[in-house]
Each structure stands twice: as C-alpha cells, then as structure tokens.
Write a protein that binds this ligand. Sequence first.
Ligand code: FES
Length: 116
Amino acid sequence: MVKLVEEIDESLSNPMWGQLRRPAPWEALAKAMERLQSPVVAIARDPALAEAARRARKICFCNTVDLGTIEDAIYAHGLTTVAAVTEHTKAVGGCCQRRIEGILVSEPSVTRQAVE
Ligand code: FES
C-alpha cells in the first residue's frame, strides 16, 4: 500500500504534467486571429465601414442625430458643452444629454479615428 502511494505521488509530481497543462502555441495564435476578425477591428481597418458605423449609431433618438454628426461638430467647432452641441446639430440634449456629455469628455471614437 505504501509503495502504491509513493508511485502515485511520484506520478503526480512529474514535471511532464506541467508541460501538458500549458496551452498549445497554436491556441494563442487562434485567439489572435479571432481578435483580428472581430467587427471592431474590421471597422477600424475600413474607413467607409467606420463612417457607416458612425452614421448608424444614433445618439439623439428624439431628433435622429448620429454619433458622426455630433463628433464632427465637436471637432470642427471645438465644442465643449451640450448647449453648444445642440446649437450646431439637431440633437435636443434632453434625454440624450448624458450621451452627449460622454462624447464631449471622451477621446474620438474608434470609428472616427478610422475615418481620419
Ligand atoms: S434623445 Fe431625446 S432629446 Fe435627444
């Protein structure tokens, strides 16, 4: 019985198990390939697709104003307030106020960077 326990203990502490548990090198490559094929990466690579994504993402639903229109107004006129954004776009700034504030304080979106 002691001999059996020693053999089991020896087998379990064999460094070979560590090597077998490590992910295969091709698994990291497969994950990297998945990331490259994600929609965000596709948009970042294609300016036309990025522009379409900016225009498709509505920020002010009450007046149907998209992210691209708001971002363009912010960067063209150096806007810093929601009131200024509502002046330069048709965004009302009511229920979408927080979304506009978020755009004002954030870096240009990935899609805008792709278009530039
Ligand atoms: S979404 Fe209602 S005011 Fe903009």
